[in-house]
Write a protein that binds this ligand. Sequence first.
Ligand SMILES: NC(=O)c1ccc[n+]([C@@H]2O[C@H](COP(=O)([O-])OP(=O)(O)OC[C@H]3O[C@@H](n4cnc5c(N)ncnc54)[C@H](OP(=O)(O)O)[C@@H]3O)[C@@H](O)[C@H]2O)c1
Length: 267
Amino acid sequence: MKTYVITGGTSGIGEALVNYFSKDNIVFCGYRNEKKLPDELSENIIPFYVDYAKPDTIQGAVEFITSKTDKIDTLINVAGCVVAGAIENIPVSELRRQFDVNVFGAVELSQGLLDNLTNGKIINISSMASYGLFPFISPYCASKRALDILFNSFMMENKRGIKVVSVKPGVIATPLWSKSIKENSQTIENSKDYKNESNYLKQNALENEVKGLSVNKVVQIVSKIDKMSNPKPSYCVGFDAKLVSVVSKLPQYLLNKIIKFKVNKLR
Ligand SMILES: NC(=O)c1ccc[n+]([C@@H]2O[C@H](COP(=O)([O-])OP(=O)(O)OC[C@H]3O[C@@H](n4cnc5c(N)ncnc54)[C@H](OP(=O)(O)O)[C@@H]3O)[C@@H](O)[C@H]2O)c1
């Protein structure tokens, strides 16, 4: 039996990973809302509370996990959210929340677990958004890019033999998208000058939840990476993510022309 720590284990990709790995392993499953844990938990699942929007909960999570195990084979940082809207209308407090949840939370939890992770793996669920091509969800893009840069540096720096892998899914059918509409409703409401763009954002989010790939695609890739002794630093999941990774290599001025053309079509 191996030991896993998986954050964001109460929904979507994280829940699917918890269900998969807990069949044969011990899984510490991160939750922020106790009500979202199943009534009957497998005995292999040990829930722990952490809310990255409340950074003072992270130390408690670290203490809880390290009091129960000396060794973690794989930490999978999944918890995340999407802050969206036109930059000129997004309160800076929301930008901070985006980075607290998607970046600083994952960094602080990982830092706290490093002694237990010696020679293990950290697998981060990043996103194709890390390539930075999507206006109106740029806080999300920036957070995923920051996550990738910080953890890639960590991999090159660390003397503990910890390998880090960034998994970059394209669109996956999960509740992330409807949550994002709800969580960003105030910014969208305040974006009177960007009505068409906001409507597009909402419609796109609802479509994503239906047209996205199954969470099982992510589970398959993560389980393969977990078994590899020398994984690559980054894996795209889905055709859209692979396409974005290629297109992102174009010069910035050309990318901007293409993106601006698409934005103008909404106006
Ligand atoms: N769906 C996609 O198209 C897609 C594509 C690329 C990457 N991703 C990434 O995949 C990861 C999982 O997302 P998902 O699609 O599975 O969405 P999801 O179903 O909304 O799951 C997100 C998970 O993160 C938890 N979470 C949210 N805010 C948190 C906070 N402040 N503190 C602690 N946990 C928090 C959620 O808890 P609750 O259950 O309480 O809400 C949930 O368990 C995210 O990092 C996301 O960026 C998703």
